[in-house]
Design a binder for this molecule. Sequence first.
Ligand code: PLP
Length: 288
Amino acid sequence: MAGYDDRDGKIWMDGTLVEWREAKVHVLTHALHYASSVFEGERCYNGRIFKSAEHSERLRTSAELLDMTLPWTVEQIEEAKYATLKANGLTDAYVRALAWRGAGEDMGVASARNPIRMAVAVWSWGNYYGDAKFKGAKLDISKWKRPSPETIPSAAKASGLYMICTMSKHAAEAKGCSDAMMFDYRGYVAEATGANIFFVKDGEVHTPLPDAILNGITRQTVIGMLRDKGIKVHERYIEASELEGFEQCWLTGTAAEVTPVGQIGDYSFEVGALTREIATDYEKLVRS
Ligand SMILES: Cc1ncc(COP(=O)(O)O)c(C=O)c1O
């Protein structure tokens, strides 16, 4: 299969649609050296991007958290995303919006004089965890901890936060796992490398408080769906010792959608009725 830089199609860059293979940056791009970059992962279903405006707003908010004000409004970002989908003839696709500090007069840590740039690429993407969606994903436990919000702006969807995610996922895949669950800097259950986590016990749902993790848009959607069904959702600190007592577990995320988890380290979970129900309801909701 061709690399992601070697495909037909168009990519939106700084206001214009360019040929896919020509969507390039210079090696002295600030973001490449100092991780001054934020992004979104979105999915378009039947021509409609699920929670599109929320994602565009989060892109702008993430940028602000990194001291960057995007020169594009939410409406302009919306236009860019739909123009890119149209130019590539896609109605069901993954949508990647990205903003970063480009190359310019500054090459040190400070970057006030460099341009802030933006791009949108779209492509067809199936299940993020392959057949794990049906039989339950197997997760490793990462040696890396989600950092304190005093260490890094953990509420931002910023590239720098993914360094430990990539390393965690490589270690997990080397052990035959689909992903890794991470604890946070305090030792509480946090999230997977690109998805939030939920547990079920005695008909009630437990999920970590989003004070050191990304408060995912899917996470918020699923909490709303559960509460609408009258199911109690506890957003709280979850200790490592509690993993043994949970009956079901699933991950949520734009890419992951709702993916059942069968195993985390030595702990096993059943792909139970509530997990299946929420996964099916989410699939219906995104296409409704
Ligand atoms: C680290 C991390 N946590 C959680 C999520 C889930 O966020 P969302 O549901 O907004 O896609 C993602 C994916 O974007 C992620 O990368």
